[in-house]
Design a protein around this ligand. Structure first.
Ligand SMILES: Nc1ncnc2c1ncn2[C@@H]1O[C@H](COP(=O)(O)OP(=O)(O)O)[C@@H](O)[C@H]1O
Ligand SMILES: [Mg+2]
Length: 251
């Protein structure tokens, strides 16, 4: 099963969710592939180092005859593999310009790769361009992280429009699995208001698990660790584990 994590706003917790949800799924004994579709490569750098990457998702999408086994890397976590990103992915739009199958490139590749895994999670860039469309076309489900902030819902209309367009033609099966509220500060009334506001728009789609703002979650990528090894007793670790259980129960 393939799940995209998308929101065209930057800094809402897509990558943090991709990394820690992947790790949580492996703790639940699932085989997981994390596909990094962001040219910034933050997910990739948490699990591998730059020098070890020869091929990336850019080659996966632009060289159909290149064996995917040369591109996928193992990670220090048992049961977690990664399809790494590199900055070259930023050239994807211009490289595939005029190719009629451009939006289907990832889906075509995933059709052979996904049976090796229980879950494929896709981290996406902060845009609604060709990269994110490739992710949505290849996915069964979408998880939308929304930052608990005053402008939380700004931009979600555009994201949902894109989902509708993908549903209309290339992928009628894509479904919103859920909305996860991130960077939440339980102590403020503003946060409570924002939570209610998101609930009103997305109703039952909002996961019961809310990810709090926490220093530990912010620090862990700098040490190339997930929250489960960096701060296993932290609120972030238990929240991402709870989110993982909700995800498993919804699919
Ligand atoms: N729950 C959280 N608490 C504190 N910092 C967080 C949390 N989630 C994400 N961050 C930090 O916020 C920044 C943006 O998060 P990131 O996951 O990279 O967002 P995106 O991928 O949507 O751009 C990063 O510096 C990250 O470490
Ligand atoms: Mg990111």
């Amino acid at each position: 099963m393939v799940i995209s994590i998308a929101n065209q706003k930057g800094g809402v917790g897509k990558t943090t969710t991709a990394i820690n949800l992947s790790a949580a799924l492996t703790k639940e004994h699932k085989r997981v592939l994390l596909v990094d579709m962001d040219p910034q490569a933050n997910s990739t750098l948490t699990f591998t180092d730059h020098k070890s990457i020869d091929y990336s998702v850019y080659e996966l999408l632009t060289e159909p005859s290149l064996d995917h086994r040369l591109i996928i890397k193992t990670t220090p976590l048992p049961n977690l593999d990664i399809l790494p990103s590199k900055i070259s992915l930023a050239k994807l739009d211009s490289k595939l310009l005029g190719e009629f199958d451009a939006p289907y490139r990832l889906k075509d590749r995933m059709d052979t790769i996904k049976s090796d895994y229980d879950f494929v999670l896709i981290d996406t860039p902060p845009t609604l361009g060709l990269i994110t469309v490739n992710a949505l076309v290849a996915s069964d489900y979408l998880i939308i992280p929304i930052q608990s902030s005053y402008f939380a819902l700004e931009g979600t209309d555009d994201l949902l429009d894109t989902v509708e367009k993908v549903n209309a033609r290339p992928n009628p099966d894509l479904k919103v699995l859920g909305v996860v509220i991130t960077l939440h500060d339980k102590r403020t009334t503003l946060s409570r208001d924002i939570y209610e506001q998101i609930k009103q728009v997305f109703g039952d789609k909002v996961f019961s698990t809310v990810i709090s703002r926490s220093i530990r979650l912010e620090e862990s990528p700098a040490y190339k660790e997930t929250i489960f090894t960096f701060a296993p007793q932290s609120s972030g670790a238990s929240e991402y584990l709870n989110l993982c259980k909700e995800v498993i129960s919804r699919v």
